[in-house]
Design a protein around this ligand. Structure first.
Ligand code: GLA
Ligand code: ZN
Length: 660
């Protein structure tokens, strides 16, 4: 496409006479695209069916004159007051049964038919109006679907839709009663009409019902997006369609949503507006980019890349010189084809007054503008070449929305969080500069040398078989605590000891376990003791080798905590606890070395080494995400395209290499 840099632009927040100046400044910066319109329903339809697109057409044409194209957002995350006045029932009901009102955003019920009619009317008019506008190249559906929606709406429409969803899934109420185990606490249903969304109860909830509810909500959001995608595809066959994701956010299954889109986009704010210093760790940012690339297994866009201080009522940090461009470079390194910076200029009013942009309130270019201009001029000349490229990965981390939901519903340990637990594995791989994909349980495992499948809590025979096959044929698999506890209905399995049939693959059995509530436990690995957290599986060996064992003075002292088993041509590892960072690094290093897994180089902390490949060409990106000088070494001899001194990095410096 040849478009690589953009800004999120809100011309409607500024007088028209400023627009031309904005376009000039953007052009000088190297901007080729803007995203507009995703929160301007009222400006575009101030009264029912009285459309006013002329202001937007004008903005598009000024920008187009400067060679800047437009992505239009559908403004369906903020229906205007006149819609709410006419149909107050579209405002969502929260889990306490109370209505949430107009005045912020996301004040909508996504199953409500009346609201959907409003959307159809608007998106139909909007997309046909801009279908042949030469300035427009694509669309963003809604904005951050799932954001602010808590457990989504629990109104009567949603109840009805949930019941229909359950009928399709279970057919008969008897099936549902069995699957949910409603015999417990007299929760049996006579018919689907009795089933409620999970509104606040007096005490306790049914975990099976909660899991279905979360999956239902995800499907509802996908359906909500699909309705808009269909209209735009019909009216604008030459435009692309994307959506701005939020990394690992879990309200909607992003793999499912990706099927509707041409490519996935992401929003990232490493220094948030409420987080304490320091900002999001480098490894989490890297994981975020990798998961975004993984949702569609292709390169992606950053639709909102932080450029300045973030803030609503309170503010986050000022970014160090070079920091914002290093973040953008890290996005590119992990597979972004385009970076759209949020936002062009800080707005003078509204909730996000303190969410700063490339320009401050005054609109005068300053430090951030100059910095981004410099960064764009250095990297842009190479971006057409590596557009569409992605890394060649040997390691896959299994990432499942359903497992995440089940762990949220019953964390087992109060601090066990699914995504945080994935990061425990990702981080030591990041530290060693190993390219990683996230994969779903449905993907082809055979192309990976190593698959790490954390918290495989919900299990079924099909997935078990996949794991058996994978290892039998030479794969290396890591499974860990709470694997094989439940079936797909979130009901405990009873046929075997834990970890169910996978015990045979792992060469172990787990007759007992200990939730490490207030005490931590120690594990001995290669003659040294390390802390472990949250959980201790008490393992019986049934053929596996002990890799580490509990060393604390506890009744299961000396029983295995980590094991390794040869099965067929491969190896299956089991980690019955959450190891400290140090121990996890040792274990991952052991597996990497033993299996000869590709590392891109060696680097000090806070340096990201990543690759992208296409048609036999390979680009290596080295990004210093810290404010200090750093050093690194690459595993192979490559030609430097961008950078000053090989093996040395200045604060926030990014370098680029190529293999030919
Ligand atoms: C999000 C949204 C934007 C804006 C920014 C800043 O990521 O997509 O509309 O609200 O955050 O708050
Ligand atoms: Zn609803």
């Amino acid at each position: 496409m040849g478009i690589h840099f953009g800004v999120d632009y809100y011309p409607e927040h500024w007088p028209k006479k400023r627009w031309e100046r904005d376009a000039q400044l953007m052009k000088e910066l190297g901007i080729q695209v803007v995203r507009m319109g995703e929160f301007s329903w009222f400006k575009m339809e101030p009264e029912e069916e009285k459309f006013n697109f002329s202001w937007l057409e004008e903005a598009i044409s000024i920008l187009d004159k400067y060679g800047i194209k437009t992505i239009l957002g559908t403004p369906t995350a903020a229906p205007p007051a006149w819609i709410i006045e006419k149909n107050p029932e579209i405002q969502p009901i929260d889990k306490t049964g109370k209505r949430r009102y107009f005045g912020g955003r996301h004040h909508d019920c996504q199953s409500n038919k009346v609201y959907r009619e409003h959307i159809k009317r608007f998106v139909e008019a909007y997309s046909s109006n801009f279908s042949s506008n030469s300035g427009v190249i694509g669309w963003q559906i809604d904005n951050e679907l799932g954001n602010s929606h808590g457990d989504l709406c629990m109104c009567d429409n949603c109840k009805q839709r949930f019941q229909d969803w359950l009928k399709r899934k279970y057919n008969t109420i008897e099936e549902l009663n069995l699957a949910w185990g409603t015999v417990f606490w007299s929760q049996g249903y006579n018919n689907f009409n009795q089933i409620m969304p999970p509104l606040v109860t007096v005490t306790g909830e049914n975990p099976s019902q909660l899991l279905d509810w979360k999956c239902f909500c995800s499907d509802l959001i996908v359906d909500f997006a699909k309705m808009q995608v269909e209209i735009i595809r019909k009216n604008c066959p030459n435009h692309f369609i994307t959506h701005n994701y939020m990394c690992f956010d879990d309200k909607v299954n992003y793999y499912d949503l990706a099927e509707l889109l041409d490519f996935v986009s992401n929003d990232i704010y490493p220094a948030g507006n409420w987080q304490k210093q320091p900002n999001q760790p480098y490894n989490e940012m890297a994981a975020c980019h990798d998961v975004i690339r993984s949702y569609k297994k292709r390169s992606f866009w950053m639709m909102e890349q932080q450029t300045g201080i973030a803030g609503w009522a309170t503010m986050g940090r000022a970014l160090n010189p070079g920091e914002s461009s290093a973040w953008a470079m890290q996005s590119i390194a992990h597979g972004a084809d385009a970076i759209v910076f949020f936002r062009w200029r800080a707005c003078a009013y509204g909730t996000e007054q303190y969410w700063h942009g490339i320009l401050g309130h005054s609109g005068r270019p300053g430090r951030i503008y100059d910095e981004i201009k410099n960064m764009i001029s250095r990297i842009k000349p190479f971006m057409d070449d590596f557009e569409g490229s992605i890394p060649k990965t040997e390691v896959g981390i299994v990432h499942s929305f359903r497992q995440n939901y089940a762990i949220q519903i019953q964390p087992n340990h109060p601090e066990l969080k699914y995504v945080e637990h994935l990061h425990c594995y990702y981080k030591p791989l990041f530290n060693r500069n190993v390219p990683v994909d996230f994969i779903t349980e449905n993907e082809d495992f055979s192309k990976y040398k190593l698959i790490i499948a954390p918290l495989q809590y919900l299990m079924n025979s099909e997935l078990e078989n996949k794991y058996f096959e994978y290892v039998k044929n030479g794969g290396n698999l890591v499974l860990d605590m709470r694997a094989g506890v439940k079936d797909d209905n979130n009901v405990c399995m009873t046929e075997y000891e834990l970890p169910g049939r996978l015990g045979e693959l792992l060469g172990i059995e787990i007759p007992e376990y200990d939730c490490l509530f207030e005490h931590n436990c120690e594990v001995r690995y290669e003659n040294e003791d390390y802390s472990v957290f949250k959980w201790a599986d008490i393992i019986d060996i049934k053929g596996a080798k002990t890799v580490a064992y509990y060393s604390s003075d506890i009744f299961y002292k000396n029983s295995p905590a980590i094991t390794e088993n040869r099965y067929g041509k491969g190896h299956a590892y089991y980690i019955g606890t959450e190891p400290s960072e140090k121990l996890m690094q040792k274990i991952i290093d052991r597996i990497i070395e033993k299996n000869n897994i590709k590392v891109l180089g060696e680097s000090t902390d806070g340096v990201d080494i990543s690759e992208r490949q296409k048609n036999g060409r390979k680009w290596i990106f080295v990004t210093n995400l810290t404010n200090k000088d750093q050093e690194y070494e690459l595993s192979e001899e490559l030609k430097m395209l961008v950078g000053e001194r090989k093996n040395k990095l200045k604060p926030y410096e990014a370098q680029l290499f190529i293999n030919q």
